[in-house]
Structures are given as C-alpha cells and as structure tokens.
Design a protein around this ligand. Structure first.
Ligand code: GUN
Ligand code: ZN
Length: 438
C-alpha cells in the first residue's frame, strides 16, 4: 500500500504547550495556538503541524481533510490517578476515607474477581474515559490479577497508552480481597511480563496504601521495582488525618508516612503518590529529593472532605504534580470538571490557577508527571497522535459566554469552568477516531 494512504489530515484551531516548564509563569510564553491549523498524522504519529495555509500542499491527493472549524483541537487529556473498580460506586454517601473504603469500596472491588464482570466493566470504563477526552490514565485495578488482564485487553484493542496495576494488599481488608506477599509478587510479576510495554501499555506496581500492606509486602514491592526499574509505583499518601495516625501506629519505627514507602525503595521519578495533602516538611523534602510525583485529585479531596492540596508548595519546590479524577471518590470522569474544582481549591487558599496552567496540567504537565512527555502531551512532530476536538460552545450558556470572552485565556477558562463531557466533540487515539459526540 502507498504510505500516503495512511496519512490523515485534520483541520481546525490547534492549541498545545510547547515544552515542559518548571514554573507556571513560563507557561504563557509556551502556549501555541493556531487559529486555522492543520495536523497531519501518519501511522499514529504527528507528521506535520502548523498553519493550514502553510501545510495544505502537503496533504496527499485523495486524502479527506476532517474539517473541525469552530472547534479546538488539543492533546488528549491525561488522568494520573483513578480506580476502575470503583466506577459503579461513584457518589457513595456520607463517609470519609476509612469508613468509605470499608462500607463501599471493598464490597464493590470484590466483584472484580469475576472475569466476565471485570471485562464488562473494563469496556464501560474505557468508553467513559474516551467520551470525556481522556486518552491516557494511570489506573488501579482490584486485588485480582483478572481485573488487570481485562482492563489491558480492552485498552489494547484501542492501542491506548494506559498504565495500570493490580492492587497489592495483604492485611486490614476483608479476606476475599487480600493476597499475600508471595502471591502479590507472583501475580504482579506475571502481569508485568505479560503486559508491560505491550503496545502502548505500561505496568504500575500498586501497593494500595501503607495500612493494607505488611512490611513484608512492601519489601516485595520494592524488590519488584528493582527487578523492573522501568515500571511505575502507584499508591496513596497522606490523604486523611485518621489514615495518617493509623500509619503511625502500624509503622512506629518510620519517621513519617512517606518514609514507610521510601524505606522500601518505593520513591523515585516514576513513583506517583496520590493526594499528598497533609505532608510534613520532611515529606515534601523527600518527594523533592527523590523526584517523585504527587497526584492532585480535587473532586475526590472535596467529596471525602480530605483537605486542600497545597499546589503552591509543590510549585515552590518544583515537585512534579499530576492531576487526577480519583474515580470513585472523585465525582467526575471529566478532566475539565476536575480542573474546575482545582481552581476552587486554589481559591479557598487565596491562590490562583490560570487557564493556561490548568490546561498545561491536564496535557503536557501530566505527561511529564508520568515521565511520558517524550511521547504524549503536545503536538510535536513524532509524538503519538492522541487528541481531542473540543466544542467550546456545547451548551447555550457556553455559547453566550464564549461570544463575550475577550481572548484565548478567557475562552479556555470558560471551557474549564463550564465544560464537561458535553464539550468533547471527538476523541482520537493512535490517530483513529474512537469517540464522536454526534
Ligand atoms: N486510600 C487507599 N485506598 C483508597 C481508595 O480506593 N481511594 C482513595 N481515595 N484513597 C484510598
Ligand atoms: Zn485513589
């Protein structure tokens, strides 16, 4: 087949961020906006990007140009922390973290030992990501390895870039949800051998959180990380004050909560610590020294009443921050809604979150937080062609507000504040259209 036949052409306004920055002030100078732009895609990668007028002659004869006039084409959104086996229990009433886990989460996750159920829910989950414009995510499964087989099988059909792992937990959870250090090692190892780097899939070693892992299991997790140094580590940290007290009582010999993970070799540039709300100075310092990442989960932190993440402290220390939904404590799959709540958390602390920084966070910033900025996050030539076509006027109020917005920053800010799944007009993964609103 003539290679030109594989070229796809997409026309519309194009918005992305040129490069990874180490302070939010640098973002505005790195915003790339082309009002009438062209993306050429070949074999799932960006082949060319720029002004339509400059690029139209490069479109191979016979190639249909998808014209998204009036829409905004942006890199696919990235969600750096969520639980797929909690999809069906979003919005569980009335509890904070520890009671919520016992009353709602554990009974739901127990269902994922059934392969057929896990497969059915994987399909639902991946569809929900795509209809919200999320093309990459860092996902926790349940304790059952079958849950991750099902999820990866589903993601592989779309050739998605997805990171996931089986939860490791060998104590302080119901018997039908606990593994052992040995079984969690064997199951995780098998999953790594089977899935890590298959297509665009990647594996995360996933001890749920310190209270549900024995010291032996955390040591085994550290051993896995040493055996497979290019996998991720994904867990929770300092989300809730009762949780922190519990960790203190379970690991009295450790300096603090993060020191538990650090002691077992679980910190590092591909370690993602969800929440990280109530950190001591020592813990902030350790995150900084180890180049670890924190995942800020605004809708979840508000919903469970966990507390206000200190984005300004993370910025000051130049710690990588990912932003995530944390479904099902989080209440929306939409990264736009997640940013909307992030803005309000900043407001409650008398801090700002500009539209451009918010946009950076869910695209190139999140790519960097997962050390994937070399392959996703913006439209540099050669990057993977995962993108979203946004409709900035999906509802009457958005149309009204858009028409009186004075510049791009305000248009984008409105999209974040008022937007949600209705703003997602098309989603593309690997250069293919995988979701259409209409
Ligand atoms: N800490 C340990 N497990 C969980 C979980 O499933 N959700 C949240 N938000 N925090 C946790
Ligand atoms: Zn979580």
């Amino acid at each position: 087949m003539d290679s030109f036949n594989t070229v796809k052409a997409v026309r519309g306004s194009i918005l992305d961020i040129r490069q990874v920055v180490d302070s939010p002030e640098q973002i505005v100078d790195n915003v790339r906006f082309v009002k009438d732009g062209l993306l050429l895609i070949e074999n799932g990668k960006i082949k060319w990007r720029g002004e339509w007028e400059d690029g139209k002659a490069l479109v191979p004869q016979g190639t249909r140009v998808r014209n998204y006039a009036g829409k905004i084409i942006v890199p696919g959104f990235i969600d750096t922390h969520l639980h797929y086996p909690q999809t069906e229990m979003i919005g569980a009433y009335g509890e904070q973290l520890l009671e919520w886990l016992n009353n709602y989460v554990f009974p739901t996750e127990a269902k994922y030992g059934n392969e057929e159920y896990a497969r059915e829910m994987s399909e639902f989950f991946i569809k929900e990501l795509l209809r919200n414009g999320t093309t990459t995510a860092l996902v926790l499964g349940s304790v059952h390895p079958e849950s991750i087989d099902a999820l990866f099988e589903t993601a592989l059909k779309q050739n998605m870039r997805l990171i996931a792992g089986k939860v490791m937990m060998d104590r302080n959870a119901p018997d039908n949800l606990t593994d052992t250090p040995e079984s969690s090692y064997n199951d995780s190892k098998k999953l790594i051998e089977k899935w890590h780097k298959k297509g665009r899939l990647l594996y995360a070693i996933t001890p749920r959180f310190a209270p549900t892992s024995s010291p032996e299991q955390l040591a085994i997790a550290g051993q896995l990380r040493r055996e497979y140094p290019d996998t991720y580590v994904h867990t929770h940290l300092c989300e809730n004050k009762s949780e922190i007290e519990w960790v203190k009582s379970l690991f009295p010999e450790r300096k603090n909560y993060l020191d538990v993970y650090h002691h077992y070799g679980l910190t590092g540039s591909k370690s993602i610590f969800a929440h990280s709300i109530h950190l001591s100075d020592d813990e902030w310092q350790c995150l900084q020294d180890t180049n670890s990442t924190v995942a800020f989960c605004p809708t979840s932190n508000l919903y469970l009443g966990s507390g206000l993440f200190k984005l300004s402290e993370a910025r000051r220390r130049k710690i990588k921050v990912g932003i995530g939904t944390d479904i099902g404590a989080g209440t929306s799959f939409s990264m736009l809604q997640t940013l909307n709540e992030a803005y309000k958390i900043q407001q409650l602390q008398n801090q700002k979150l500009s539209a451009f920084e918010a946009f950076y966070l869910v695209t190139l910033g999140n790519a960097k937080s997962l050390e994937l900025d070399h392959c996703i996050g913006n439209f540099d030539i050669g990057k993977e062609a995962d993108f979203v076509v946004l409709d900035p006027c999906a509802t009457p109020i958005q149309q009204l507000r858009y028409d009186n917005a004075k510049d791009l920053s305000e248009q984008l800010f409105i999209l974040i504040t008022l937007g949600d799944d209705r703003s997602i007009y098309r989603t593309y993964v690997d250069g293919r259209n995988v979701y259409s609103a209409s």
